[in-house]
Each structure stands twice: as C-alpha cells, then as structure tokens.
Design a protein around this ligand. Structure first.
Ligand code: PRT
Ligand code: ZN
Length: 301
C-alpha cells in the first residue's frame, strides 16, 4: 500500500526537543502525544513524528525510516563525515539535503586548550592529543590544515580530558563558553558554526514530496513572521512622506482615511525587522501618534 503520510524524526528530549515540537505546533500541527511515546500522529496534517536521540536522526532519514528530520548541523555533518571516512559506501548519507535553517540550537564546534597554554596558532596541535565526540569533523579539519594530531574519542564529559591528562586539548560544542571557563579551558579555534536544520531524503516519492512542500511553506512562514512586526499609527497628512521615510523595512504601507478627520490618516505597515524604541521616538518626533507595534503570528507571501 502506498504510504500517504510523511514521517519526521525529532529529538525526544534535550536541547532541540522543545523548540522542534513548538515549531510544528506553530505550523498548525496538533500532535496526539502521550508520555514516553515514540511515534506521534498529527491529527490535522498527514504527518507522523518519530521521537528519537538526535545522533540517530541523520541515519533514520538516510535510510528512509523517516523522510524528514530536525537536527543540529554538527550532528548532520559529523555523521556524513564519519560515514565517508569509515565506510566507502557512503551513498545514503550523501542523499541528505538541508531544506530550512531554523536559527535555534546555535552553537559552535571549537578547539580549546588549558588557560595556561601560550597559544600562538594551529601549529600548537602538531603531535598533541585532542579529545572529542566529533572525530569525523575534527579529522577532516586537521587534515585540511596539515596538522598531525592524535584524536581520542569520548562520548561525553570531554571538557575534563586535559585535567585528567587524557588529552592536551579538546574539540567540543560551545554556546555560552561557561563550561570551558569552569574547566580552566579557553577556546582557540572554531571548526564549525551550527544551528538546527530540517533535513530531507532526496529520494522522496512525489505524493510525500507535495506534503513536504506544504510543511516547508508553513515553516518558512513561521520563521519569517518571527522577527516581523505590524505597525499601526496615526499621521498628519502633511507629515506622511517624512513618516514613511522612517518606517522600518516597509515597502508600501496602507493609508486609511480616518472618519471625521481631514488632517490625519491611519498608516498600517509590516516591518520585516524588529522595531526599536528609538524608531518609535523618531516616528513620534515626525508627528505620528497612537503608535502600535504588534507581533505577527504567521506570514505567507
Ligand atoms: O539524548 P540525545 O542524544 O538526543 O541528546 P544529546 O545529549 O546528545 O544532545 P543535547 O540535547 O545536549 O544537544 C542537542 C543539540 O543541541 C546539539 O547536537 C547541538 O546541535 C545543540 N546545542 C546547542 C548544544 C549546545 N548548544 C551546547 N552547548 N549541544 C550541546 N551543548 C553542550 C556542549 O557539548 C558542552 O558540554 O553544552 C556544553 C557547553 O555549553 P556552554 O553554554 O557552557 O558553552
Ligand atoms: Zn546526542
């Protein structure tokens, strides 16, 4: 029987889990979800959500268990690189395509050394031992930079490796930098900047692809709306041009007459960027009044 529902793999619990499910919910997708459930069915969209560990997501999509997945680029690229280095048959993983970059789950994969090291450049790593959970990406980086170092693979707690003399340096994910600081380490090189993305198996049957296009359109609409604002204000007709000139990012504001008032009009505009207090003060200085700045929930061109 032909499969008529799209399947997406999402992290079950962890840093990407809540944001991923929240995004689906903002796309108008309601999930039937009970605790500890692995597969959730959407009630109002032909989509099933598989809740798994993030490290398994690229493989689930590559092997067609799911057609889509939400995963960090760090995990995606590491899996692809690792597969390419370890298996000559890397066909499945090269079929993965990134469809949307979400802007959440941001972090970077960096090299870090103990604070007391007088670090003067990449040459420091020649002949050294580096602990990491990202062997594929690190090996590729070191090779591209002509550095000959030994890699020790660790599953977790990579940051304690220098203290315990397991390694001279580490290569790990960093977001605030607090973990490095509290372990007496300093970040010296960035290998990769990462964020959560939507990945797709390129071999998607046409009927599922059309559902995928609908889902991606909704996701892009949610992302576009995220920073956009709807601005409403009253403007004296003779100050309209000056006010339009300072309205942020709005191409063609709507001008509406105000009943019983010949000198003023209402201006409605969509700004595709945040509206700051100084912009509002500027609008007020130019004669605008009753200025409202409202969030936009969804936006489709
Ligand atoms: O159980 P499962 O395998 O699904 O989850 P996990 O424990 O492997 O991953 P999780 O939930 O910790 O992270 C999921 C994804 O979030 C990662 O693959 C990244 O894409 C993204 N992300 C964003 C991060 C961080 N920021 C981050 N700071 N993942 C991990 N960290 C860790 C990092 O490894 C280090 O231990 O946080 C520490 C550093 O944080 P700072 O803020 O102190 O610099
Ligand atoms: Zn993981």
């Amino acid at each position: 029987m032909e499969n008529t529902r799209l399947k997406i793999a999402v992290q079950k619990s962890g840093r990407l889990a809540e944001r991923s499910l929240d995004l689906l919910s903002k796309c108008g997708i309601t999930l039937e979800r009970s605790k500890d459930q692995l597969l959730c069915r959407a009630q109002n969209f032909p989509l099933d959500v598989l809740l798994v560990r993030d490290d398994d997501i690229p493989a689930f999509v590559a092997t067609d268990v799911c057609q889509l997945g939400i995963v960090g680029e760090n995990v995606l690229f590491e899996t692809q690189e690792f597969e390419a280095q370890e298996n000559s048959e890397n066909g499945n993983f090269s079929k993965l395509e990134t469809l949307v970059k979400f802007g959440f789950g941001q972090c970077r994969l960096s090299l870090a050394v103990p604070n007391e090291i007088n670090y003067e450049g990449l040459q420091f790593f020649n002949g050294k031992t580096i602990a990491t959970s990202y062997k594929g990406l690190l090996a590729q980086y070191l090779q591209s930079q002509n550095i000959n170092a030994k890699i020790v693979t660790m599953r977790g707690a990579v940051e304690i490796a220098p203290k315990t003399h397991l390694a001279d340096a580490i290569c790990d994910l960093v977001s605030t930098g607090n973990t490095l600081t509290s372990n007496g380490l300093k970040e010296v090189e960035t290998i990769l900047n990462s964020q959560a993305v939507l990945i797709k198996n390129l071999n998607m049957p046409d009927n599922l692809n059309s559902i995928c296009v609908r889902l991606v359109t909704r996701m892009n609409a949610v992302l576009k709306a995220r920073n956009s604002r709807y601005i409403v204000l009253h403007a004296p007709i003779n100050a309209l041009d000056k006010i339009k000139a300072v309205l942020p990012g709005s191409k063609a504001p709507t001008i509406i007459p105000l009943k019983g008032c010949n000198e003023q009009v209402a201006v409605h505009a969509v700004s595709e960027e945040e509206v700051f207090w100084n912009t509002m003060e500027d609008l007020k200085d130019k004669g605008a009044s009753s200025i409202l700045v409202l969030p936009i929930e969804k936006m489709m061109d």
